[in-house]
Design a protein around this ligand. Structure first.
Ligand code: ADP
Ligand code: MG
Length: 197
């Protein structure tokens, strides 16, 4: 089944040059898709258009056959989790547990309900022993694992990794890639991995 369809997507930041120009693609549910392009080629812009952080100038974006618009934006955003490039930009909480809980708290999930979810995903990303640690003191790879646990806790149907390993050392890169592969194998989440290499 088709999960995402993008038709003739065009967007310009300055109304002079197009950052994204006539882009079309289709992504199957549960698939693993890589978007590859050099720096500045418009990959992050596509990701931001997909989650409605930017508004297209032209074209159409469909998720589960629903066209992304002001009316469907919040329903579609609920289905999509995104992990960004810089592990230092995704922390708000004082502890790892707080960070994994952040999205759930925003969705007003009760504390008792939240606890098992947090534990389950901390375990998934192998961060249970760091639950009370300060996120800022973790390695880059550990930070990205916490970020991944936080988005997984929101039960996304689509996961976008926007160069999520590009700032990590080789070990961190390997860890995160392995984790992404594992998530893909074990779930029906549609994965989009953005990379320049
Ligand atoms: P990538 O993620 O592939 O490196 P981006 O989508 O970030 O590329 O950028 C695509 C183009 O849009 C680049 O030319 C970049 O300079 C420009 N751009 C990105 N973000 C902004 C912004 N906030 N304001 C103006 N121009 C931007
Ligand atoms: Mg980018």
């Amino acid at each position: 089944m088709e999960k995402i369809r993008v038709e003739d997507l065009t967007f310009s930041y300055d109304k002079e040059t197009n950052a994204v120009e006539h882009v079309s693609f289709s992504i199957e549910e549960g698939s693993y898709t890589t978007i590859i392009g050099h720096n500045g080629s418009g990959k992050s812009t596509i990701a931001k258009l997909l989650i409605g952080l930017l508004d297209k100038d032209q074209g159409h974006i469909y998720v589960d056959q629903d066209e992304l618009s002001i009316d469907t934006l919040y329903d579609i955003r609920d289905k999509v989790g995104i992990v960004f490039q810089n592990p230092d930009n995704q922390f708000i909480g004082a502890t790892v547990a707080d960070d994994i809980a952040f999205g759930l708290e925003n969705h007003q999930v009760g504390t008792e309900k939240m606890q098992p979810i947090i534990e389950r995903f901390a375990q998934k990303v192998k961060m249970t022993e760091y639950m009370q640690s300060e996120p800022t003191k973790l390695s880059g790879g550990q930070k990205q694992r916490v970020a991944i646990a936080g988005v997984l806790a929101m039960s996304p149907q689509i996961l976008i990794f926007d160069e999520s390993t590009s700032m990590l050392d080789p070990q961190g890169k390997a860890e995160i890639n392995e984790l992404i592969q594992e998530i893909h194998k074990e779930s029906n989440i549609t994965i989009i991995s953005i990379t320049h290499d």
